[in-house]
Design a protein around this ligand. Sequence first.
Ligand code: MG
Length: 339
Amino acid sequence: MKISFWAYPLQLQHTFTVATCSRSTTPDVLVTLEHEGIIGYGEASMPPYLGESIESVMSFLSKVDLSLFSDPFLLDDILGYVDGIAPGNCAAKAAVDIALHDWIGKALNQPLYRIWGHNPDLTPCTTYTIGIDKPEVVKQKTLEVEGRFKRLKVKVGVPGDHQLIESIRSVSSLPLTVDANQGWTDREKALDEIFWLKEMGVIMVEQPLPKSRLDDLAWLTARSPLPVFADESLQRLADIPRLSGCFHGINIKLMKCTGLREAQKMITVAKSLGMQIMLGCMTETSCAVSAAAQLSPLADFADLDGNLLISNDPYEGMKVIDGKITLNDRAGIGIVKIN
Ligand code: MG
């Protein structure tokens, strides 16, 4: 098995502004895994706040020696070895995981969702994020995407969020999800906000309070009229049990959890604890988004719009049709190279 990797900075269609910074590119590394004439594709996307970089991913991947293994189907052995090379490096590990899964699907000539037994008709609608902007711009953007998406996502917990939601509501009645990104600090005020948001047609709330305040999050979740989901509060499988009772659901992202293998386990564990599932992403190409989409028949919510935000996607894969994640019949993660 031979692994190759190269830096591929993603060009964002629009400058991305959050409370802390503004950027027009996302660091990204593309990976291929070649064995017996079959090529599997993988990807690591590194939004700066997660602590990985092109340099750290290239350094990690250069330590991965897949010549130690002769059978790509031995996922436990191979991914256990990769995870043990160094702590952290979750996006780099996800790149190997995705490439390996893509290879296996291609070797079996079946899409992963079929190999796993998931019904492609059960994929959820993805949300599409409307950024904070002037009311006129927000209305315009909302009208532009109204026909293409069935659910919109909005960042809250920042100045201007009420005006943003009211602007959207003045032109659209689509259900909204909100992500506070830990932006609320007072649990009573957060609860008031959630009641207001419900009146405004919001259907779920992501990460309302700072990630470590689990007692306050449990208090809020017990009283919230909307489902409350963890994002920043969790990274990997081992984080889930302590979140039981603190959230109604978890947002799983391949770049945070080391890939599809662990994401599958997270879904099983979370469901066993009565928690709902959301699948999220970073700004990433159709490679990682299409990989995550293979699991989407198991998800209650999906936020898989990362590939739609970039202008240099080298692949074509999962499509959003009428707002719904639509899986194709291609083998593996279901992508082809187009650039
Ligand atoms: Mg989030």
